[in-house]
Design a protein around this ligand. Structure first.
Ligand SMILES: *Cc1c(COP(=O)(O)O)cnc(C)c1O
Length: 354
């Protein structure tokens, strides 16, 4: 049989076996009768395993879940990097990752996602973010993974924007995927969550053991919410991408700095189309000022100001207010699951384009 489609894969990845409930249920135990797989809630939990199996099967590696994207990223960085190591990091990537490493005793080399990349000689870890946030630039994972491996470095990809359905970095040669599932994977703006997926079982064991020792573990209820969200990821991404494509057409040539890697006109499209399996609902554009963004949000009936993305609701985030090194009027727009016609009409009207 040919490879199953994304909808089939996510629906069945979150289902129980015959005789069990259709969806995995949260198990809240702290202690277990000894003799089975579980013994103590900080070391292991059946609800974690259900989600780890699902995400690991989608991403082609061994998954370890965390209570937030930052818990996943910081645990990976602490597990891989030692004092004096060199880390290559995106300058336009998630700002707290940069803050976290600035407090570690390591050498940090910042590179824009679109490059050019320096030699990776002497580098321990290259962390990419593609598509990047908020600029939506893209880099070639396979090419950079090959260069990293040649220099003896590990390569990790922050896959939050793409999602496990949109991009499989491990198949492209990456050693590690990190992600915030707070965004599209959980998808309902009601839970923080994260995970690390690793190609190497040995490295996975190190990250898993770090989670047990640090004690920053996800709650079973939150894990269950993320698992529940994952089952509809295919449906939600389809509507979000449809909405993003329609917004791109409506705004093209009429607002500055419009970016969506799914559009054939976008400078990142060629590489994105090569390595991404599908696109999503995140776009970026620029209005002339912070006030213009405020006026847009005040006029809109459907778009809310919020600093997350990938949820059911369309949201807009003026990134400069959080300290991203971007123009004052740059908006990261997350197309939600509203009807395309309604959303395009509302955004066009709110921007004064109708
Ligand atoms: C949100 C985000 C994170 C951090 O995730 P949290 O779940 O908020 O801790 C990391 N990387 C990217 C690209 C993100 O968008």
């Amino acid at each position: 049989m040919s490879e199953l489609g994304d909808g089939t894969r996510v629906v069945h990845a979150v289902s129980g076996a015959p005789g069990e409930p259709f969806g995995a249920q949260p198990v809240f135990a702290s202690a277990y009768h000894l003799g089975g797989e579980d013994y103590y809630g900080r070391a292991g939990n059946p609800t974690w395993r259900a989600l780890e199996t699902a995400l690991g099967s989608l991403e082609g590696g061994e998954c370890v879940v965390f209570p937030s994207g930052m818990a996943a990223i910081s645990t990976l960085l602490r597990s891989v990097l030692s004092t004096g190591d060199t880390l290559v990091l995106p300058s336009d990537g998630y700002f707290l990752t940069r803050k976290f490493v600035s407090e570690m005793d390591v050498n940090v080399v910042e590179v824009p996602t679109a490059g050019p990349y320096p030699s990776f000689e002497g580098v321990r870890l290259v962390l990419l973010e593609t598509p990047s946030n908020p600029g939506l630039d893209v880099c070639d994972i396979a090419e950079l993974a090959a260069a990293a491996h040649e220099a003896g470095a590990l390569l990790a990809v922050d896959n939050t924007t793409a999602t496990p359905l949109g991009q499989r970095p491990i198949e492209l040669g990456a050693d590690v995927v990190v992600a915030s599932d707070t965004k599209a994977v959980a998808g309902h703006s009601d839970v923080l969550f994260g995970h690390v997926t690793l190609a190497s079982a040995e490295l996975a064991e190190r990250v898993r053991s770090a989670r047990t020792v640090n004690g920053a573990i996800p709650g079973p209820f939150e894990t269950w919410l993320a698992l529940r969200g994952l089952g509809t990821l295919d449906l939600r991404l389809a509507r979000q991408a449809e909405n993003a494509a329609a917004l791109y057409s409506a705004l093209s040539g009429r607002v500055a700095g419009l970016r969506w890697p799914g559009a054939p006109e976008d400078p990142a499209h060629l590489v994105a189309a090569q390595q991404m399996r599908r696109f999503n609902g995140v776009l970026t554009f620029e209005l002339e000022s912070a006030e213009a963004v405020e006026a847009f949000l005040a006029r809109s009936r459907l778009v809310s100001a919020a600093t997350s993305f990938g949820g059911l609701h369309s949201t807009a985030d003026r990134r400069a207010q959080w300290g991203d090194p971007v123009p004052e009027g740059l908006v990261r727009f997350s197309a939600g699951c509203e009807d395309t016609r309604d959303l395009v009409a509302d955004v066009s009207h709110s921007l004064g384009l109708d």
